[in-house]
Ligand binder design. Structure first.
Ligand code: M6R
Length: 609
Protein backbone atom coordinates (compact mmCIF):
# COMPACT_ATOMS: atom_id res chain seq x y z
CA UNK A 1 0.00 0.00 0.00
CA UNK A 2 1.29 3.47 -0.82
CA UNK A 3 1.33 5.86 2.06
CA UNK A 4 0.16 9.32 1.13
CA UNK A 5 1.39 12.31 3.03
CA UNK A 6 -1.04 14.98 2.37
CA UNK A 7 -2.13 17.13 5.20
CA UNK A 8 1.35 18.02 6.19
CA UNK A 9 3.73 20.87 6.80
CA UNK A 10 6.79 21.92 4.81
CA UNK A 11 9.51 24.37 5.72
CA UNK A 12 12.68 25.36 3.87
CA UNK A 13 15.59 27.75 4.42
CA UNK A 14 18.47 29.10 2.28
CA UNK A 15 20.97 31.57 3.69
CA UNK A 16 24.02 32.06 5.88
CA UNK A 17 22.54 30.63 9.11
CA UNK A 18 22.44 26.98 10.17
CA UNK A 19 19.08 25.79 8.85
CA UNK A 20 18.56 23.07 11.49
CA UNK A 21 17.09 25.11 14.37
CA UNK A 22 15.08 27.22 11.92
CA UNK A 23 13.56 24.10 10.37
CA UNK A 24 12.70 22.48 13.70
CA UNK A 25 11.15 25.69 15.01
CA UNK A 26 9.11 26.02 11.81
CA UNK A 27 8.01 22.39 12.08
CA UNK A 28 6.86 22.94 15.67
CA UNK A 29 4.65 25.75 14.40
CA UNK A 30 3.32 23.56 11.62
CA UNK A 31 2.73 20.54 13.82
CA UNK A 32 -0.96 21.33 14.13
CA UNK A 33 -1.27 20.37 10.48
CA UNK A 34 0.14 16.89 10.87
CA UNK A 35 1.90 15.07 13.62
CA UNK A 36 2.66 11.43 12.97
CA UNK A 37 6.24 11.79 11.78
CA UNK A 38 8.77 14.51 11.03
CA UNK A 39 12.18 15.07 9.52
CA UNK A 40 14.76 17.48 8.13
CA UNK A 41 17.60 17.43 5.60
CA UNK A 42 20.40 19.99 5.45
CA UNK A 43 23.40 20.38 3.18
CA UNK A 44 26.52 20.40 5.38
CA UNK A 45 29.51 22.73 4.85
CA UNK A 46 31.57 20.07 3.13
CA UNK A 47 28.70 19.29 0.76
CA UNK A 48 27.28 16.20 2.45
CA UNK A 49 23.55 15.64 2.92
CA UNK A 50 22.50 15.22 6.54
CA UNK A 51 19.06 13.68 7.12
CA UNK A 52 17.18 13.08 10.35
CA UNK A 53 13.63 11.73 10.39
CA UNK A 54 11.48 9.74 12.77
CA UNK A 55 7.99 8.52 13.46
CA UNK A 56 6.27 10.61 16.12
CA UNK A 57 6.31 14.27 17.00
CA UNK A 58 8.76 16.90 15.81
CA UNK A 59 10.48 16.71 19.20
CA UNK A 60 11.16 12.98 18.60
CA UNK A 61 13.00 13.77 15.38
CA UNK A 62 14.96 16.57 17.09
CA UNK A 63 15.94 14.49 20.12
CA UNK A 64 19.61 13.63 20.49
CA UNK A 65 20.63 15.43 17.33
CA UNK A 66 24.48 15.51 17.20
CA UNK A 67 26.09 18.96 17.38
CA UNK A 68 27.64 18.43 13.94
CA UNK A 69 24.16 18.22 12.38
CA UNK A 70 24.38 21.65 10.77
CA UNK A 71 24.04 23.15 7.34
CA UNK A 72 22.09 25.11 4.80
CA UNK A 73 20.07 25.06 2.65
CA UNK A 74 17.67 22.75 4.42
CA UNK A 75 14.17 21.36 4.19
CA UNK A 76 11.79 19.94 6.81
CA UNK A 77 8.47 18.15 6.99
CA UNK A 78 5.82 17.15 9.48
CA UNK A 79 3.43 14.51 8.27
CA UNK A 80 -0.10 13.25 8.73
CA UNK A 81 -0.54 10.06 6.73
CA UNK A 82 -3.92 9.56 5.13
CA UNK A 83 -3.25 5.88 4.53
CA UNK A 84 -0.36 3.57 5.33
CA UNK A 85 1.36 3.34 8.68
CA UNK A 86 3.41 6.26 9.93
CA UNK A 87 7.00 4.95 10.20
CA UNK A 88 10.62 6.15 10.19
CA UNK A 89 11.01 4.98 6.60
CA UNK A 90 7.86 6.70 5.38
CA UNK A 91 8.75 9.96 7.13
CA UNK A 92 10.09 12.73 4.89
CA UNK A 93 12.61 13.85 3.59
CA UNK A 94 13.06 11.17 0.95
CA UNK A 95 16.48 10.85 -0.54
CA UNK A 96 17.90 9.75 -3.87
CA UNK A 97 21.68 10.11 -4.13
CA UNK A 98 22.46 13.71 -3.20
CA UNK A 99 18.85 14.89 -3.65
CA UNK A 100 16.39 15.21 -0.75
CA UNK A 101 12.75 16.18 -1.06
CA UNK A 102 9.72 16.82 1.13
CA UNK A 103 6.26 16.56 -0.37
CA UNK A 104 2.66 17.35 0.53
CA UNK A 105 -0.02 15.95 -1.75
CA UNK A 106 -0.74 12.78 -3.66
CA UNK A 107 1.07 11.51 -6.74
CA UNK A 108 -1.63 9.67 -8.61
CA UNK A 109 0.62 7.91 -11.12
CA UNK A 110 3.14 6.86 -8.43
CA UNK A 111 2.58 3.12 -8.99
CA UNK A 112 3.28 3.37 -12.68
CA UNK A 113 6.39 5.53 -12.14
CA UNK A 114 7.64 3.28 -9.36
CA UNK A 115 7.36 0.24 -11.65
CA UNK A 116 9.37 2.01 -14.37
CA UNK A 117 12.03 3.22 -11.93
CA UNK A 118 12.30 -0.21 -10.33
CA UNK A 119 12.76 -1.77 -13.77
CA UNK A 120 15.63 0.71 -14.27
CA UNK A 121 17.28 -0.59 -11.11
CA UNK A 122 16.18 2.08 -8.63
CA UNK A 123 15.73 0.75 -5.08
CA UNK A 124 12.98 2.25 -2.94
CA UNK A 125 13.45 2.84 0.77
CA UNK A 126 9.83 3.66 1.65
CA UNK A 127 6.26 2.89 0.69
CA UNK A 128 5.49 6.50 -0.15
CA UNK A 129 4.34 7.99 -3.41
CA UNK A 130 6.66 10.93 -2.62
CA UNK A 131 9.85 8.92 -2.96
CA UNK A 132 9.14 8.55 -6.68
CA UNK A 133 9.66 12.26 -6.99
CA UNK A 134 13.06 12.12 -5.29
CA UNK A 135 14.25 9.52 -7.81
CA UNK A 136 12.84 11.39 -10.80
CA UNK A 137 14.57 14.61 -9.74
CA UNK A 138 17.85 12.82 -9.05
CA UNK A 139 17.67 11.20 -12.50
CA UNK A 140 17.13 14.57 -14.20
CA UNK A 141 19.88 16.14 -12.04
CA UNK A 142 22.36 13.46 -13.12
CA UNK A 143 23.04 15.67 -16.16
CA UNK A 144 25.62 18.21 -14.90
CA UNK A 145 24.33 20.80 -17.39
CA UNK A 146 20.89 20.76 -15.79
CA UNK A 147 20.47 22.99 -12.74
CA UNK A 148 18.30 21.93 -9.79
CA UNK A 149 15.36 24.12 -10.81
CA UNK A 150 15.31 22.59 -14.28
CA UNK A 151 15.68 19.06 -12.85
CA UNK A 152 12.68 19.66 -10.63
CA UNK A 153 10.70 21.09 -13.53
CA UNK A 154 11.50 18.10 -15.76
CA UNK A 155 10.52 15.65 -13.00
CA UNK A 156 7.26 17.46 -12.30
CA UNK A 157 6.19 17.23 -15.93
CA UNK A 158 6.02 13.45 -15.37
CA UNK A 159 3.81 13.71 -12.30
CA UNK A 160 0.03 13.47 -12.19
CA UNK A 161 -1.35 14.64 -8.87
CA UNK A 162 -1.01 17.33 -6.28
CA UNK A 163 2.09 18.63 -4.61
CA UNK A 164 3.75 21.22 -2.52
CA UNK A 165 7.46 20.32 -2.51
CA UNK A 166 10.84 21.54 -1.35
CA UNK A 167 14.06 20.09 -2.76
CA UNK A 168 17.79 20.39 -2.01
CA UNK A 169 20.72 18.75 -3.74
CA UNK A 170 24.01 18.40 -1.86
CA UNK A 171 25.89 18.48 -5.14
CA UNK A 172 24.32 21.88 -5.98
CA UNK A 173 24.66 23.80 -2.70
CA UNK A 174 23.22 27.26 -2.16
CA UNK A 175 19.85 26.61 -3.79
CA UNK A 176 16.52 25.20 -2.70
CA UNK A 177 13.68 24.63 -5.15
CA UNK A 178 10.01 24.64 -4.20
CA UNK A 179 6.90 24.06 -6.29
CA UNK A 180 3.17 24.09 -5.87
CA UNK A 181 0.24 22.32 -7.44
CA UNK A 182 -2.86 21.99 -5.27
CA UNK A 183 -0.92 22.17 -2.00
CA UNK A 184 0.15 25.62 -0.81
CA UNK A 185 3.68 26.98 -0.80
CA UNK A 186 4.55 30.45 0.37
CA UNK A 187 7.97 32.12 0.15
CA UNK A 188 9.31 34.31 2.95
CA UNK A 189 11.70 37.09 1.89
CA UNK A 190 14.49 37.70 4.39
CA UNK A 191 17.59 39.88 4.37
CA UNK A 192 20.12 37.86 2.32
CA UNK A 193 18.17 34.72 3.15
CA UNK A 194 14.97 33.05 1.92
CA UNK A 195 12.39 30.90 3.60
CA UNK A 196 9.55 28.80 2.25
CA UNK A 197 6.73 26.95 3.96
CA UNK A 198 3.37 25.37 3.36
CA UNK A 199 1.81 27.84 5.77
CA UNK A 200 2.72 31.37 6.86
CA UNK A 201 2.70 30.28 10.52
CA UNK A 202 6.20 28.83 9.97
CA UNK A 203 7.45 32.14 8.59
CA UNK A 204 6.16 34.45 11.30
CA UNK A 205 9.00 35.70 13.42
CA UNK A 206 11.43 35.56 10.47
CA UNK A 207 9.84 37.86 7.93
CA UNK A 208 6.62 39.72 7.13
CA UNK A 209 7.22 39.85 3.35
CA UNK A 210 5.67 36.84 1.64
CA UNK A 211 4.97 35.59 -1.88
CA UNK A 212 2.24 33.01 -2.52
CA UNK A 213 3.04 30.60 -5.33
CA UNK A 214 0.27 29.73 -7.76
CA UNK A 215 -0.57 26.21 -8.90
CA UNK A 216 1.89 25.04 -11.53
CA UNK A 217 4.60 27.44 -10.33
CA UNK A 218 8.17 26.60 -9.33
CA UNK A 219 10.58 28.84 -7.40
CA UNK A 220 14.35 28.63 -7.15
CA UNK A 221 15.53 30.18 -3.89
CA UNK A 222 19.03 31.38 -3.08
CA UNK A 223 20.29 33.60 -0.26
CA UNK A 224 20.14 36.52 -2.69
CA UNK A 225 16.49 36.11 -3.72
CA UNK A 226 14.21 34.01 -5.85
CA UNK A 227 12.95 33.49 -9.37
CA UNK A 228 9.67 31.90 -10.31
CA UNK A 229 8.58 30.13 -13.45
CA UNK A 230 5.90 27.77 -14.70
CA UNK A 231 6.00 24.08 -15.51
CA UNK A 232 6.38 25.19 -19.14
CA UNK A 233 9.57 27.12 -18.16
CA UNK A 234 7.95 30.53 -18.62
CA UNK A 235 9.21 33.12 -16.10
CA UNK A 236 6.55 34.69 -13.85
CA UNK A 237 6.50 37.91 -11.84
CA UNK A 238 5.26 37.94 -8.26
CA UNK A 239 4.19 40.79 -5.99
CA UNK A 240 5.23 40.30 -2.35
CA UNK A 241 2.54 40.96 0.24
CA UNK A 242 2.71 41.82 3.93
CA UNK A 243 1.86 39.17 6.54
CA UNK A 244 -1.14 40.34 8.55
CA UNK A 245 -0.29 38.37 11.70
CA UNK A 246 2.79 38.55 13.90
CA UNK A 247 4.66 35.75 15.66
CA UNK A 248 2.56 36.17 18.84
CA UNK A 249 -0.54 35.12 16.88
CA UNK A 250 1.04 31.68 16.62
CA UNK A 251 1.71 31.23 20.36
CA UNK A 252 -0.73 30.11 23.02
CA UNK A 253 -0.36 33.52 24.66
CA UNK A 254 -0.39 32.21 28.23
CA UNK A 255 -3.31 29.83 27.67
CA UNK A 256 -2.89 26.10 28.23
CA UNK A 257 -3.84 25.31 24.64
CA UNK A 258 -4.52 27.03 21.34
CA UNK A 259 -8.16 26.02 21.60
CA UNK A 260 -8.49 27.84 24.95
CA UNK A 261 -6.78 30.88 23.48
CA UNK A 262 -9.03 30.87 20.43
CA UNK A 263 -12.22 30.47 22.49
CA UNK A 264 -11.17 33.43 24.61
CA UNK A 265 -10.28 35.55 21.61
CA UNK A 266 -13.87 35.56 20.38
CA UNK A 267 -15.00 38.96 21.69
CA UNK A 268 -12.07 40.57 19.88
CA UNK A 269 -12.63 38.39 16.79
CA UNK A 270 -16.21 39.63 16.50
CA UNK A 271 -15.09 43.22 16.88
CA UNK A 272 -12.57 42.73 14.07
CA UNK A 273 -15.12 41.01 11.84
CA UNK A 274 -17.47 43.99 12.30
CA UNK A 275 -14.89 46.77 12.05
CA UNK A 276 -15.87 49.28 9.36
CA UNK A 277 -18.63 47.03 8.07
CA UNK A 278 -21.75 48.53 9.68
CA UNK A 279 -23.38 51.49 7.98
CA UNK A 280 -25.29 53.53 10.60
CA UNK A 281 -26.83 55.80 7.97
CA UNK A 282 -28.74 53.16 6.05
CA UNK A 283 -28.69 50.47 8.75
CA UNK A 284 -26.98 48.04 6.43
CA UNK A 285 -23.56 46.47 5.96
CA UNK A 286 -20.58 47.68 3.89
CA UNK A 287 -18.92 44.69 2.33
CA UNK A 288 -16.26 45.95 -0.03
CA UNK A 289 -15.08 42.59 -1.35
CA UNK A 290 -18.42 41.18 -2.46
CA UNK A 291 -18.06 42.38 -6.06
CA UNK A 292 -21.83 42.31 -6.25
CA UNK A 293 -23.64 45.52 -7.11
CA UNK A 294 -27.12 46.10 -5.66
CA UNK A 295 -28.80 45.28 -8.97
CA UNK A 296 -27.06 41.89 -9.18
CA UNK A 297 -27.78 41.30 -5.52
CA UNK A 298 -31.48 41.96 -6.05
CA UNK A 299 -31.57 39.43 -8.88
CA UNK A 300 -30.48 36.57 -6.60
CA UNK A 301 -33.31 34.07 -6.17
CA UNK A 302 -31.57 31.45 -4.04
CA UNK A 303 -28.47 31.15 -1.87
CA UNK A 304 -26.58 27.88 -1.66
CA UNK A 305 -23.85 27.55 0.95
CA UNK A 306 -21.13 24.90 0.85
CA UNK A 307 -18.37 23.96 3.29
CA UNK A 308 -17.11 21.00 5.29
CA UNK A 309 -17.42 20.10 8.96
CA UNK A 310 -17.69 23.14 11.19
CA UNK A 311 -17.66 25.39 8.12
CA UNK A 312 -20.75 23.53 6.86
CA UNK A 313 -22.54 23.93 10.21
CA UNK A 314 -21.76 27.63 10.20
CA UNK A 315 -23.24 27.63 6.68
CA UNK A 316 -26.46 26.17 8.06
CA UNK A 317 -26.55 28.99 10.56
CA UNK A 318 -25.87 31.41 7.68
CA UNK A 319 -28.67 29.98 5.53
CA UNK A 320 -31.06 30.55 8.41
CA UNK A 321 -29.91 34.17 8.76
CA UNK A 322 -30.27 34.84 5.03
CA UNK A 323 -33.75 33.36 4.88
CA UNK A 324 -34.88 35.28 7.92
CA UNK A 325 -33.37 38.67 7.17
CA UNK A 326 -33.32 38.75 3.36
CA UNK A 327 -36.24 36.36 2.72
CA UNK A 328 -34.21 34.56 0.05
CA UNK A 329 -34.50 30.76 0.08
CA UNK A 330 -31.17 29.48 1.35
CA UNK A 331 -29.66 26.18 2.34
CA UNK A 332 -26.29 24.64 3.14
CA UNK A 333 -24.77 21.39 1.95
CA UNK A 334 -21.45 19.65 2.65
CA UNK A 335 -19.07 20.67 -0.15
CA UNK A 336 -17.74 17.12 -0.09
CA UNK A 337 -21.17 15.84 -1.21
CA UNK A 338 -22.09 18.71 -3.46
CA UNK A 339 -19.07 18.32 -5.74
CA UNK A 340 -19.83 14.68 -6.52
CA UNK A 341 -23.46 14.96 -7.45
CA UNK A 342 -23.14 16.84 -10.71
CA UNK A 343 -25.02 19.80 -9.23
CA UNK A 344 -27.42 21.86 -11.29
CA UNK A 345 -25.83 25.30 -11.39
CA UNK A 346 -28.35 28.07 -11.63
CA UNK A 347 -27.39 31.61 -12.76
CA UNK A 348 -29.85 33.18 -10.30
CA UNK A 349 -28.34 31.39 -7.33
CA UNK A 350 -25.61 32.95 -5.24
CA UNK A 351 -23.15 30.28 -4.09
CA UNK A 352 -21.19 30.85 -0.90
CA UNK A 353 -18.16 28.75 0.02
CA UNK A 354 -17.09 28.75 3.67
CA UNK A 355 -13.58 27.79 4.74
CA UNK A 356 -11.27 28.77 7.56
CA UNK A 357 -8.11 27.59 5.81
CA UNK A 358 -9.19 28.37 2.27
CA UNK A 359 -7.45 25.13 1.34
CA UNK A 360 -9.96 22.35 2.04
CA UNK A 361 -9.77 20.29 -1.10
CA UNK A 362 -13.44 19.27 -1.21
CA UNK A 363 -14.54 22.88 -0.89
CA UNK A 364 -12.00 24.09 -3.42
CA UNK A 365 -13.06 21.40 -5.91
CA UNK A 366 -16.73 22.35 -5.42
CA UNK A 367 -15.90 26.03 -6.06
CA UNK A 368 -13.96 25.12 -9.19
CA UNK A 369 -16.87 23.02 -10.45
CA UNK A 370 -19.27 25.90 -9.78
CA UNK A 371 -17.08 28.43 -11.56
CA UNK A 372 -16.59 26.07 -14.51
CA UNK A 373 -20.37 25.89 -14.87
CA UNK A 374 -20.72 29.66 -14.69
CA UNK A 375 -21.88 29.92 -11.08
CA UNK A 376 -21.20 33.07 -9.07
CA UNK A 377 -19.34 32.13 -5.89
CA UNK A 378 -18.57 34.21 -2.83
CA UNK A 379 -16.00 33.02 -0.29
CA UNK A 380 -16.27 33.42 3.47
CA UNK A 381 -12.64 32.61 4.17
CA UNK A 382 -10.22 33.30 7.00
CA UNK A 383 -6.82 32.88 5.36
CA UNK A 384 -6.12 35.85 3.11
CA UNK A 385 -4.87 34.92 -0.35
CA UNK A 386 -5.67 31.21 0.12
CA UNK A 387 -6.68 29.01 -2.80
CA UNK A 388 -10.45 29.23 -2.16
CA UNK A 389 -10.30 32.99 -1.58
CA UNK A 390 -8.51 33.41 -4.88
CA UNK A 391 -10.87 31.11 -6.74
CA UNK A 392 -14.05 32.99 -5.73
CA UNK A 393 -15.69 35.95 -7.49
CA UNK A 394 -15.68 37.96 -4.28
CA UNK A 395 -16.22 37.43 -0.61
CA UNK A 396 -15.87 38.41 3.00
CA UNK A 397 -12.65 37.79 4.88
CA UNK A 398 -13.31 36.63 8.44
CA UNK A 399 -10.29 38.45 9.96
CA UNK A 400 -10.32 35.97 12.83
CA UNK A 401 -6.50 35.74 12.91
CA UNK A 402 -4.65 32.42 12.65
CA UNK A 403 -6.64 29.47 13.98
CA UNK A 404 -4.17 26.81 15.07
CA UNK A 405 -6.28 24.40 17.11
CA UNK A 406 -7.65 21.59 14.97
CA UNK A 407 -11.06 22.17 16.54
CA UNK A 408 -12.47 25.34 15.00
CA UNK A 409 -14.07 27.78 17.41
CA UNK A 410 -13.42 31.42 16.69
CA UNK A 411 -13.87 30.95 12.95
CA UNK A 412 -17.34 29.46 13.53
CA UNK A 413 -18.25 32.63 15.39
CA UNK A 414 -16.60 34.93 12.85
CA UNK A 415 -18.42 33.11 10.04
CA UNK A 416 -21.73 33.59 11.86
CA UNK A 417 -20.99 37.32 12.05
CA UNK A 418 -19.99 37.46 8.37
CA UNK A 419 -23.24 35.73 7.41
CA UNK A 420 -25.21 38.16 9.56
CA UNK A 421 -23.55 41.05 7.70
CA UNK A 422 -24.28 39.44 4.33
CA UNK A 423 -27.90 38.77 5.34
CA UNK A 424 -28.25 42.36 6.57
CA UNK A 425 -26.89 43.69 3.28
CA UNK A 426 -29.12 41.45 1.15
CA UNK A 427 -32.09 42.16 3.42
CA UNK A 428 -31.72 45.93 3.28
CA UNK A 429 -31.72 46.02 -0.51
CA UNK A 430 -34.94 44.02 -0.30
CA UNK A 431 -37.63 44.22 2.33
CA UNK A 432 -35.82 44.37 5.64
CA UNK A 433 -36.98 47.63 7.21
CA UNK A 434 -34.54 50.29 8.45
CA UNK A 435 -35.80 49.57 11.97
CA UNK A 436 -35.01 45.89 11.63
CA UNK A 437 -31.66 46.75 10.05
CA UNK A 438 -30.86 48.96 13.06
CA UNK A 439 -32.02 46.21 15.43
CA UNK A 440 -29.65 43.65 13.84
CA UNK A 441 -26.76 46.12 13.74
CA UNK A 442 -27.25 46.86 17.46
CA UNK A 443 -27.40 43.12 18.15
CA UNK A 444 -24.12 42.58 16.31
CA UNK A 445 -22.46 45.37 18.28
CA UNK A 446 -23.60 43.77 21.53
CA UNK A 447 -22.06 40.37 20.72
CA UNK A 448 -18.48 40.94 21.98
CA UNK A 449 -19.62 41.97 25.46
CA UNK A 450 -22.13 39.14 25.63
CA UNK A 451 -19.54 36.55 24.55
CA UNK A 452 -17.30 37.85 27.32
CA UNK A 453 -20.13 37.29 29.83
CA UNK A 454 -20.29 33.65 28.71
CA UNK A 455 -16.51 33.25 28.95
CA UNK A 456 -16.68 34.57 32.50
CA UNK A 457 -18.86 31.57 33.39
CA UNK A 458 -16.25 29.00 32.31
CA UNK A 459 -15.86 27.42 35.75
CA UNK A 460 -19.58 26.65 35.97
CA UNK A 461 -19.57 25.11 32.48
CA UNK A 462 -16.45 23.08 33.36
CA UNK A 463 -18.31 21.41 36.22
CA UNK A 464 -21.07 20.27 33.86
CA UNK A 465 -18.45 19.14 31.36
CA UNK A 466 -16.81 16.84 33.90
CA UNK A 467 -20.21 15.26 34.50
CA UNK A 468 -20.79 14.84 30.76
CA UNK A 469 -17.37 13.26 30.35
CA UNK A 470 -18.39 10.45 32.70
CA UNK A 471 -20.78 9.16 30.00
CA UNK A 472 -19.89 7.40 26.78
CA UNK A 473 -22.23 9.38 24.56
CA UNK A 474 -24.52 12.40 24.44
CA UNK A 475 -27.40 13.72 22.37
CA UNK A 476 -27.44 17.32 21.21
CA UNK A 477 -30.81 18.71 20.21
CA UNK A 478 -32.04 22.03 18.87
CA UNK A 479 -34.92 23.35 16.80
CA UNK A 480 -34.60 25.45 13.64
CA UNK A 481 -32.13 28.18 14.69
CA UNK A 482 -30.88 25.92 17.46
CA UNK A 483 -30.16 22.94 15.19
CA UNK A 484 -26.87 24.15 13.64
CA UNK A 485 -25.81 25.05 17.19
CA UNK A 486 -26.56 21.50 18.34
CA UNK A 487 -24.65 20.07 15.37
CA UNK A 488 -21.61 22.19 16.03
CA UNK A 489 -21.79 21.36 19.77
CA UNK A 490 -21.82 17.64 18.98
CA UNK A 491 -18.98 18.04 16.49
CA UNK A 492 -16.82 19.81 19.08
CA UNK A 493 -17.47 17.18 21.73
CA UNK A 494 -16.73 14.20 19.51
CA UNK A 495 -13.58 15.52 17.87
CA UNK A 496 -11.69 16.37 21.06
CA UNK A 497 -13.28 14.22 23.78
CA UNK A 498 -13.90 11.15 21.56
CA UNK A 499 -17.31 10.69 23.19
CA UNK A 500 -19.99 9.73 20.75
CA UNK A 501 -22.19 12.77 20.21
CA UNK A 502 -25.17 12.90 17.94
CA UNK A 503 -27.10 16.00 16.98
CA UNK A 504 -30.78 15.75 16.17
CA UNK A 505 -33.47 18.30 15.42
CA UNK A 506 -35.46 18.40 18.66
CA UNK A 507 -38.61 17.96 16.59
CA UNK A 508 -37.38 14.60 15.26
CA UNK A 509 -36.64 13.00 18.62
CA UNK A 510 -40.00 11.33 18.94
CA UNK A 511 -39.70 9.90 15.44
CA UNK A 512 -37.07 7.40 16.52
CA UNK A 513 -34.15 8.40 18.74
CA UNK A 514 -36.34 8.87 21.83
CA UNK A 515 -35.97 5.08 22.16
CA UNK A 516 -32.36 5.66 23.21
CA UNK A 517 -33.13 8.06 26.05
CA UNK A 518 -32.22 6.64 29.46
CA UNK A 519 -30.34 7.83 32.56
CA UNK A 520 -27.12 6.76 30.77
CA UNK A 521 -27.54 9.07 27.80
CA UNK A 522 -27.46 12.77 28.65
CA UNK A 523 -29.00 15.34 26.30
CA UNK A 524 -27.57 18.77 25.68
CA UNK A 525 -30.55 20.87 24.61
CA UNK A 526 -30.37 24.25 22.89
CA UNK A 527 -33.41 26.14 24.15
CA UNK A 528 -33.46 29.85 23.36
CA UNK A 529 -36.31 32.05 24.54
CA UNK A 530 -37.88 32.34 21.11
CA UNK A 531 -41.19 31.44 19.50
CA UNK A 532 -40.27 27.72 19.68
CA UNK A 533 -39.51 27.67 23.39
CA UNK A 534 -42.76 25.91 24.33
CA UNK A 535 -42.18 23.21 21.72
CA UNK A 536 -38.71 22.68 23.12
CA UNK A 537 -40.07 22.45 26.64
CA UNK A 538 -42.44 19.70 25.53
CA UNK A 539 -39.47 17.77 24.12
CA UNK A 540 -37.55 18.22 27.37
CA UNK A 541 -40.60 16.86 29.22
CA UNK A 542 -40.53 13.76 27.01
CA UNK A 543 -36.85 13.23 27.80
CA UNK A 544 -37.37 13.72 31.51
CA UNK A 545 -40.28 11.25 31.49
CA UNK A 546 -37.73 8.63 30.31
CA UNK A 547 -35.36 9.67 33.12
CA UNK A 548 -33.01 11.31 30.67
CA UNK A 549 -30.56 13.85 32.05
CA UNK A 550 -30.75 17.28 30.39
CA UNK A 551 -28.15 20.02 30.30
CA UNK A 552 -29.75 23.00 28.60
CA UNK A 553 -28.22 26.07 27.00
CA UNK A 554 -30.67 28.94 26.84
CA UNK A 555 -31.87 32.25 28.19
CA UNK A 556 -33.66 31.06 31.30
CA UNK A 557 -33.61 28.00 33.55
CA UNK A 558 -35.44 25.26 31.65
CA UNK A 559 -33.73 22.13 33.02
CA UNK A 560 -32.01 20.97 36.21
CA UNK A 561 -28.90 22.52 34.75
CA UNK A 562 -29.14 25.37 32.30
CA UNK A 563 -26.17 27.35 31.07
CA UNK A 564 -27.86 30.72 30.84
CA UNK A 565 -26.47 32.98 28.14
CA UNK A 566 -27.27 36.65 27.49
CA UNK A 567 -30.16 37.32 25.12
CA UNK A 568 -29.50 39.05 21.82
CA UNK A 569 -31.82 39.30 18.81
CA UNK A 570 -33.42 35.90 18.01
CA UNK A 571 -31.66 35.75 14.62
CA UNK A 572 -28.25 36.30 16.25
CA UNK A 573 -28.75 34.16 19.34
CA UNK A 574 -27.30 31.02 17.70
CA UNK A 575 -23.88 32.71 17.55
CA UNK A 576 -23.94 33.16 21.33
CA UNK A 577 -25.49 29.79 22.12
CA UNK A 578 -22.58 27.99 20.44
CA UNK A 579 -19.93 29.47 22.73
CA UNK A 580 -20.88 27.52 25.90
CA UNK A 581 -20.90 24.32 23.85
CA UNK A 582 -17.31 24.98 22.78
CA UNK A 583 -16.36 25.43 26.43
CA UNK A 584 -18.32 22.31 27.41
CA UNK A 585 -16.45 20.19 24.83
CA UNK A 586 -13.13 21.73 25.82
CA UNK A 587 -13.52 20.88 29.50
CA UNK A 588 -14.93 17.42 28.81
CA UNK A 589 -11.79 16.65 26.76
CA UNK A 590 -9.56 18.24 29.41
CA UNK A 591 -11.08 16.15 32.18
CA UNK A 592 -10.45 13.04 30.08
CA UNK A 593 -6.81 14.04 29.69
CA UNK A 594 -6.79 14.33 25.89
CA UNK A 595 -4.34 16.29 23.77
CA UNK A 596 -6.80 19.02 22.89
CA UNK A 597 -4.93 20.79 20.11
CA UNK A 598 -3.94 17.54 18.42
CA UNK A 599 -6.95 15.24 18.46
CA UNK A 600 -6.30 11.73 17.22
CA UNK A 601 -6.77 11.00 13.50
CA UNK A 602 -7.42 14.64 12.63
CA UNK A 603 -5.42 17.47 11.11
CA UNK A 604 -6.20 21.12 10.68
CA UNK A 605 -6.41 21.38 6.91
CA UNK A 606 -7.73 18.57 4.80
CA UNK A 607 -6.11 19.26 1.46
CA UNK A 608 -7.00 15.85 0.04
CA UNK A 609 -10.25 14.28 -1.13
O1 M6R B 1 -10.50 25.04 6.72
P1 M6R B 1 -11.95 24.67 6.57
O2 M6R B 1 -12.87 25.56 7.33
O3 M6R B 1 -12.36 24.56 5.12
O4 M6R B 1 -12.06 23.23 7.19
C1 M6R B 1 -13.25 22.48 7.07
C2 M6R B 1 -13.34 21.43 8.15
O5 M6R B 1 -12.33 20.46 7.98
C3 M6R B 1 -13.22 22.05 9.54
O6 M6R B 1 -14.23 23.01 9.71
C4 M6R B 1 -13.34 21.00 10.64
O7 M6R B 1 -14.58 20.39 10.64
C5 M6R B 1 -13.09 21.71 11.97
N1 M6R B 1 -11.71 22.05 12.12
C6 M6R B 1 -13.52 20.91 13.12
O8 M6R B 1 -13.49 21.64 14.29
Amino acid sequence: MRSGSNVCGIVAYVGPQDATPILFEGLQRLEYRGYDSAGVAVVGKSGQLRVRKAKGRVRDAAEGLPARFKGAPGIGHTRWATHGEPSDANAHPHVSGTVAIVHNGVIENADELRAKLTADGVEFASETDSEVLAHLIAAAAADPDVDLAEAVRLALTRIVGTYGIAVVDASRPGVCVVARNGSPVVLGLGDKEMYAASDVSALAGHTRQVVHLDDGEIAALTAGGYRTFTLEARATTKEPSELDADAASYDTGGHATFMAKEIHEQPEVVERALRGRLDPRFHTAHLGGLNLDPRDARAIRRVKIIGCGTAYYSGQLGAQLIEELARIPADAEPASEFRYRNPVVDPDTLYVAVSQSGETYDTLAAVQELRRKGGRVLGLVNVVGSAIARECDGGIYLHAGPEISVASTKTFTATGVAFALLALYLGRIRDLSPADGARIAAGLRALPGQIQEILDREAEIATLAAELAAHRAAFFIGRVRGFPVAREGAQKLKEISYLHAEAYPASELKHGPLALISPDLPTVAVVPDDELRDKNLTTLGEIRARKGRVIAVGHSAVADDTIVVPKNEPELDPILLTVPLQILAYHAALSLGHDIDRPRNLAKSVTVE
